[in-house]
Design a protein around this ligand. Structure first.
Ligand SMILES: [Ca+2]
Ligand SMILES: [Ca+2]
Length: 157
């Protein structure tokens, strides 16, 4: 999951870890206390309520050790990024699926893009569908849209 992070994000996390890693003296093999997590999120520019931070700590440290190693720290933020991206794409899919039947047709893609000020022909919309349409039924399911259909298909092969 940590490989989902780009260089800039890694640098930022490295810096945050160093800052809060009191016993590691700036090395990245130390541990950070979960009690500092609120400060870390603040440092990363994420505004969160104490309750949100508590939830986050529960998620990051499920067996309540009270600390986190650097690789776990990266894993945690990598996983969060993947989840956020997935959520964003699901919202996008819902906005495109105007008849709410769980699949996107070329006409739906065409009108959704038009609402966003991007005019494409039906042919172009069909081409967009074809790029994501793994099972070739001419429509795009949520799985296909999220890219998980490809992984599933590859896994079966
Ligand atoms: Ca639909
Ligand atoms: Ca399909």
């Amino acid at each position: 999951m940590a490989d989902q992070l780009n260089e800039e994000e890694l640098d930022e996390l490295r810096e945050a870890f160093r800052l809060f890693d009191k016993d590691g003296e700036g090395r990245l093999d130390g541990k950070i206390a979960m009690a500092d997590f609120g400060g870390i999120m603040h440092f990363l520019g994420k505004k969160m309520t104490p309750t949100q931070i508590e939830d986050l700590i529960m998620e990051a440290d499920p067996n309540r050790r009270g600390w986190m190693e650097f690789w776990e720290f990266l894993e945690f933020f990598g996983k969060r990024k993947v989840e956020e991206e997935r959520k964003r794409r699901m919202i996008c899919f819902k906005a495109f699926d105007s008849d709410h039947d769980g699949t996107l047709t070329a006409a739906e893609v065409q009108s959704a893009l038009a609402r966003r000020g991007r005019l494409v022909t039906l042919k172009q919309a069909e081409a967009i569908i074809r790029r994501m349409d793994v099972n070739g039924d001419g429509q795009v399911s949520l799985d296909e849209f999220l890219g998980t259909a490809k992984e599933n298909a590859a896994g079966r092969r």
